[in-house]
Design a binder for this molecule. Structure first.
Ligand code: GLU
Length: 394
């Protein structure tokens, strides 16, 4: 494929997740004033896409920004409960504004509020998938946000960039468009008063150079800086979807991205993980870790094998059957994660033993594998899976 053909790839996407950042819907410089025009622009472009027989799911931030405004605050809430309160107030206006703007184009919208802890349960994940699929079949535009009311700091996605990547997996989208108020990923972090550095045009692999360029930036009303956008692009890539990060203040930007114009930064899709494995790697959080020896690392990484009790040297954390758990090497690096067939208590007792002794030691057997290969996903290449709190030796 030529460079031009690669750049035009988004043109072929049928199902598109469009993530709208708070920075686009409100004006930080103007005390968080809501930019109602932006809603109209989004609705117009999405309606054009729907008319061209493409399916669109919106993931929209802006509840906290809108709620703060309604409550007459000049800040987005100082504490988590204040932010949650602002989100609860603002979500109404957010969806209502979209509803009115989409109605002008004869389209209905639906409000879908998701939480990470809900989606960690496979059954609920599948339920959310069915609902979203049905909405799309009905020609309705789903508008997704995190359910901030119940999502406390430890359990939340926290930023809609990561949420939007999970939505890519939920609906099997082939393109993620992250619409923000920056033009794309700059080759180095832009500095105030200096000319803007050049953008990355196409990113094939999110490695150290790209991560460095993303630096760290948090905005007043939105949560995500470039770092969370990279996380989202990486997760979407492993789902077989490419991602474009672009500036929503530019005219017709969503339409232009979907038409394959070379705007913003395009992150290419990589190898596609099966949806269930993607869920395991990017939506669930691990409940503990199993330290494994070098032989087990080789069996998992090089030979595509399951994890047997013999290779386990230590158990960290407490977890039950079916919970997601990290497999970490002796140096603390996460090599894989998977759903365990035994509880942490049981694994403590069978760690290091040959498989045939499971039955005698425990008095029962759930099978010879502590994590079956079908329930396991490798964390490499590179740092593809999110970092794991149990995975360090410290
Ligand atoms: N859920 C938050 C809101 O609607 C936004 C989180 C984010 O900006 O990523 O305000």
């Amino acid at each position: 494929m030529t460079k031009r053909e690669i750049r035009q790839a988004p043109r072929a996407a049928r199902r598109i997740v469009v993530k709208i950042g708070s920075g686009l819907l409100s004006d930080a410089e103007d005390g968080g004033k809501i930019r109602t025009r932006a809603f109209g622009e989004i609705a117009r472009q999405v309606a054009q896409l729907v008319a061209a027989r493409r399916e669109v799911v919106l993931v929209s931030s802006g509840a906290i920004a809108m709620g703060s405004r309604t409550l007459g605050w000049s800040h987005p809430g100082r504490s988590i409960p204040e932010k949650q309160a602002a989100a609860a107030v603002g979500q109404i206006g957010l969806v209502e504004t979209y509803r009115k703007r989409f109605a002008r184009h004869g389209l209905e919208v639906a409000q879908v509020l998701l939480t990470r802890s809900g989606l960690e349960q496979r059954e609920r994940f599948l339920n959310a998938r069915h609902t979203l699929q049905t909405l799309l079949e009905l020609g309705v535009v789903p508008i997704v946000n995190e359910n901030d009311t119940v999502a406390t700091e430890e359990i939340r996605f926290g930023d809609n960039d990561n949420l939007s990547a999970t939505v890519v997996n939920l609906v099997g989208a082939d393109l993620l468009v992250i619409v923000s108020d920056v033009d794309g990923l700059y080759r180095e972090p832009p500095r105030d008063g200096q000319p803007k550095p050049p953008l990355f045009d196409v990113v094939e692999h999110i490695g150290a150079e790209v991560e460095r360029a993303a630096g760290g930036s948090e905005r007043a009303f939105g949560r995500g800086g470039m770092v969370t956008k990279l996380e989202a692009a990486r997760a979407a890539a492993r789902c077989g979807a490419s991602t474009v990060v672009c500036n929503g203040r530019r005219r017709d930007i969503i339409w232009r991205v979907a038409a394959g114009e070379p705007v913003g930064t395009l992150f290419l899709a990589t190898d596609r993980l099966a949806s269930r494995k993607h869920w395991l790697a990017f939506t669930t959080r691990t409940r503990g870790a199993l330290e494994v020896d070098d032989g087990a690392v080789r069996a998992l990484v090089e030979q595509g094998k399951s994890l047997l009790p013999a290779g386990i040297t230590a158990v960290r954390g407490r977890f039950g059957i079916g919970d997601p758990v990290a497999c970490v090497a002796a140096d603390g690096a996460e090599v894989a994660r998977g759903l365990v067939a035994y509880s942490s208590d049981a694994i403590e007792r069978i760690a290091g033993l040959p498989t045939r002794r499971i039955g005698t030691v425990l008095g029962y057997s759930n099978g010879g594998e502590v994590i079956h290969r079908d329930d396991l996903v490798l964390s490499s290449p590179s740092a593809d899976a999110p970092r794991d709190p149990h995975a360090s030796n410290a």
